[in-house]
Design a protein around this ligand. Structure first.
Ligand code: GTB
Length: 214
């Protein structure tokens, strides 16, 4: 087996809070015990032909393993989970449900959270921003209410910890500064459970080193 290489930002705008998406890929690799290498790229280099050949949208992370080049964290993490044991259940139906949660994190939960982050970061200075923000916050809140109801008092979304939880926890982390996550104590505890995993701690520490070794 070769050692895969992922790309990450040379300097993440969050200064090492683990919110850039290489962290979720690092976490998956740590969970399955797969050693990996990291190539750091600047915002400028991501838009250059060499990186665009790996990632059509000029983003990180990418994943290279021999002849295989992948982009999109959903695809990368699914590939990692399929290759090595630990993140996907063996039972076929449980596996299908886990994959469903991974898609749910990316397709149904991440978009309203990103919308809120963008409304604050990119549109905060627009004259209509103040009026729009409550609507965008409520959309994220509504989705979390539904997720909270489904999680209930369970530790994880479907049985034991899986790639569905890994993706969901990383997606939810982005909401922390808004205070909305804390409105749902079971979801806040769910995120804290994910962050307490040794594999997460290793992934977090690795990205932090990049962002503090200037
Ligand atoms: N759908 C893609 C995936 O899941 O892989 C999205 C990838 C993506 O958006 N990557 C970002 C990127 O390359 C890096 S994470 N952006 C550059 C661009 O689009 O030109 C970026 C990031 C930084 C900081 C925070 N934060 O502070 O909250 C969150 C995310």
């Amino acid at each position: 087996m070769t050692t895969p290489t992922i790309t990450a930002l040379a300097a993440s705008p969050d200064g090492g809070k683990g919110l850039a998406r290489d962290t979720r890929v690092r976490w998956a690799l740590e969970e399955v015990g797969q050693p990996y290498e990291v190539r750091l790229v600047s915002f400028g280099a991501m838009k250059e032909p060499a990186h665009l050949a790996l990632h059509p949208f000029g983003q990180i992370p990418t994943y290279e393993d021999g002849d295989l080049v992948l982009f999109e964290t959903g695809s990368i993490i699914f590939h990692i989970a399929q290759r090595r044991a630990g993140l996907l259940p063996v039972d076929a139906n449980a596996r299908a449900r886990t994959i469903t949660w991974m898609f749910a994190a990316l397709s149904s939960v991440e978009p309203p959270i990103l919308e809120l982050a963008n409304a604050k970061l990119l549109e905060g200075d627009k004259p209509w921003s103040k009026e729009r923000l409550p609507l965008v916050s409520d959309r994220a809140r509504d989705r979390l209410k539904q997720l909270s109801a489904r999680l209930g008092s369970a530790d994880w979304l479907d049985g034991g910890f899986s790639v569905g939880d890994l993706m969901m926890v990383h997606v939810l982390q982005r909401l922390k500064p808004s205070g909305i996550l804390d409105e749902f104590p079971n979801l806040a505890a769910y995120v804290a459970r994910g962050e307490a995993r040794p594999a997460y701690k290793r992934a977090f520490a690795a990205q932090l080193t990049v962002n503090t070794d200037a």
